[in-house]
Design a protein around this ligand. Structure first.
Ligand code: GUN
Length: 281
């Protein structure tokens, strides 16, 4: 069996067409949606991510600013900047690209973002709202994964979903969204003993660890849906995920490629969240 690909580029294009229409409708009402992206320091991967986020806004008719700050920016100065953006009526969404330099307390920064502008959904209150089933914003990557499952009409109710990775950005919110959709959820982490024992039980397997080839074909149940959130480089410098794609696509029923899978969906869901924020204000 060869798995069907879940194409994140194609699905993104479809969803972004809707974003463009909603953005245009807001602009027609004199309320252009606006996103501020803050990047502190020069992490090369982060630089690429923020550039792509700002470019996607431009393509969809969303106003955006990229606020690049030096790596030695003080925590107080960053908090002041967020406070100004919280009060800026042109800005409906604020995103602070992570990771932040070590001298800055990430929790303090995320909690300084106004709840109604927290388009990443990382504020502790938004995490709590998600956990209790009343999300204001769904974190972009897990939200994108849910849209991919929706695109294949996957019946999550009663299914066993296994999430490998327990970060605040992906693994934990992913587990909450799957649970909310009626799945039985197992969360594994980097220390899980006999990882394959868990992953082989998965009807839906989401892998988000940043470890190339962590999941091999023998760890996947035949007919499973595999969603690969990993973004790594192979020995030749090519982008690859956390799953051994070539072998696993012969076992799974559906699989997301890297690149062209979950990555574009993350940015698309950021656009969706920004539009929602602007429509609410
Ligand atoms: N770093 C890696 N992923 C993300 C994300 O979704 N949002 C932000 N702000 N930083 C990230």
């Amino acid at each position: 069996m060869t798995a069907q690909l879940i194409d994140g580029i194609q699905l993104s294009q479809h969803l972004r067409t809707e974003v463009k229409l909603r953005a245009a409708a807001l602009t027609a009402q004199g309320k252009t949606a606006g996103l501020a992206v803050i990047l502190v320091g020069e992490n090369p991967a982060s630089q690429v991510y923020v550039r792509n986020k700002v470019k996607a806004c431009e393509d969809c008719g969303i106003y955006s600013i990229l606020d690049k700050q030096p790596a030695d920016l003080s925590e107080a100065a960053l908090l002041d900047r967020i406070s100004a953006l919280n009060a800026d009526p042109k800005i409906h969404g604020i995103l602070v690209q992570l990771p932040l330099p070590a001298h800055i307390d990430t929790h303090k920064v995320l909690e300084a973002i106004a709840l109604e502008k927290d388009v990443d959904g990382f504020h502790i209150t938004n995490a709590g709202l998600l956990m209790t089933g009343q999300p204001l914003f769904r974190p972009c990557t897990p939200y994108g994964v849910m849209k991919m499952l929706e695109s294949i009409d996957y019946p999550l109710r009663g299914a066993h979903a296994v999430v490998v990775g327990a970060s605040n950005i992906v693994g934990k919110p992913q587990a909450m969204l799957l649970l909310q959709a009626g799945a039985t959820v197992t969360i594994c982490n980097s220390k899980t003993r006999d990882l394959g024992l868990h992953t082989r039980m998965a009807d839906v397997l989401v892998v988000a660890t940043g470890k190339r080839n962590l999941v091999t074909a023998d760890m996947v149940k035949p007919g499973a849906v595999v969603l690969d959130v990993g973004m790594n480089r192979d020995d030749a410098g090519k982008l690859c995920g956390d799953v051994d794609f070539a072998a696993t696509k012969e076992v799974a029923a559906y699989i997301t490629p890297v690149p062209g899978g979950v990555g574009p969906m993350t940015i698309t869901m950021l656009l969706v969240n920004t539009i929602e924020a602007a429509e609410r204000i």
